[in-house]
Design a protein around this ligand. Structure first.
Ligand SMILES: Cc1ncc(COP(=O)(O)O)c(C=O)c1O
Length: 398
């Protein structure tokens, strides 16, 4: 019980426009049910269930013992910025310098800072829907206008590139891309990206390219808009360590952008976090330069789990699910169950003991879908399938 307050809490008006990430709320509810004795399988949170590879942990411990425990530069240590610049130059086939890299605590701050730095009130931003909820939340928070780009199942959740030309206006300031995509597992092909670039043409529009799942592509290779000729000066690449190296709790990610903008983003860092933790940055150098076999091992394991889980879902009455092309989520269509997404997700949590997210947690075009994270053991995924299946037998009409 909270204390009785003498003063009413008066928040700034903009707080009414700030959204949230439903995953953390569902996790809270699931934990509450667990405290009351219910057994819950957690498929709601999007984080690798693996431990951080030990070479990275050792590098952090070594850094702690060697005095990497002080404030560092707001944009990150030169050692890590150079390593990231080399990595991005190699993987995206462009020349990137260390002065174009800003290291931040997680991938998320790049979304926050880019939007804060570039958007004025009324500016329009095109963003994927269903998509990561923080995009819309932040656009609204700064008084921008979110313009959703609908991702359709029939296109394997790639977008209709032609729609860009229709949706771009004189007020468009930014386009957000996310590939591989959360929650759908869709990916953007080289051709998709070239079409987006053609739609942008010579306009002064920034692309925020969220590539946090870039190393989790199940078939074919990852493509970045940074590689498309003429786009580098107008692209902010977001990538990081959370998903690739199972480092969600370390809080470290980065943005790659033209150096003048990087200076302004670093100024936002000075005003907020001061810097990213110093010893974790030394571990970041090891993550990028060290042995990569664990990254490939985790990706292959996510693919195996996704294949098993998706085929299990397809055997359940009312569920149909496509195999994701990347990331680690299954996004089944549940329209034939006759249930609304939110009610179904609630029932699965409370009655079946399986925590997942409803499609509309990712925007209005997510209605009719659920999101399950497959970043859990095969055993738990199998148990979840059994629970959903027996729940569906009792509650879904044939
Ligand atoms: C699409 C997308 N972008 C960014 C992030 C944020 O990553 P981080 O934990 O590194 O801040 C997530 C995390 O779930 C994500 O799914």
């Amino acid at each position: 019980m909270g204390r009785t307050q003498q003063f009413e809490l008066r928040l700034a008006e903009r707080m009414s426009r700030l959204g949230t990430e439903n995953a953390f709320q569902v996790l809270g509810r699931a934990r509450e049910l667990e405290r009351r004795g219910k057994d819950v399988i957690h498929l709601e949170i999007g984080e690798p269930d693996f431990d951080t590879p030990s070479n990275i942990v050792h590098a952090a411990v070594k850094a702690l013992h060697s005095g990497w425990t002080h404030y560092g530069p707001s944009a990150g240590y030169p050692e890590l910025r150079e390593t990231i610049a080399e990595e991005v130059s190699r993987t995206r086939g462009v020349r990137v310098g260390a002065d174009e890299v800003v290291v931040v605590p997680g991938g998320k701050p790049i979304i926050f800072f880019s939007i804060l730095a570039l958007l004025d009130e009324g500016d329009e931003v095109l963003y994927p829907n269903p998509g990561f909820p923080i995009y819309e939340s932040m656009i609204r928070y700064v008084g921008g206008r979110p313009i959703p780009i609908r991702l359709e199942e029939e296109r394997d959740f790639a977008f209709d590139a032609g729609e860009f030309s229709r949706l771009i206006t004189d007020r468009t300031r930014m386009i957000i891309l996310n590939s591989p995509e959360n929650p759908t597992g869709g990916i953007l092909s080289k051709n998709d990206l070239e079409q987006v670039a053609a739609a942008i043409g010579n306009r002064d529009i920034f692309v925020l390219s969220d590539e946090i799942y870039s190393r989790l592509v199940f078939a074919g290779s990852h493509h970045s808009i940074l590689s498309v000729a003429g786009l580098q000066d107008r692209t902010i690449l977001l990538d990081g360590f959370s998903k690739t190296y199972a480092m969600t709790g370390w809080r470290m990610g980065y943005g790659v952008m033209r150096s003048d903008l990087a200076g302004h983003i670093a100024r936002l860092m000075t005003n907020s976090n001061s810097c990213t933790a110093s010893f974790t940055q030394m571990a970041g150098v090891e993550a990028l330069r060290g042995d990569q076999s664990s990254v490939e091992g985790m990706r292959d394991e996510f693919r195996r789990r996704a294949e098993m889980f998706v085929s299990g879902l397809n055997r359940i009455e009312g569920f149909t699910c496509r195999m994701p092309r990347g990331a680690f989520y299954a996004f089944p269509n549940i329209q034939r169950t006759g249930w609304k997404s939110k009610e179904l997700a609630d029932a699965l949590l409370v009655q079946a003991g399986v925590a997942c997210l409803s499609g509309p947690s990712f925007g209005e075009f997510g209605e009719g879908y659920l999101r399950f994270s497959v970043a859990n053991s095969m055993e738990n995924l199998n148990r979840a399938l059994e629970r959903i299946s027996s729940w569906a037998e009792k509650n879904i009409q044939h």
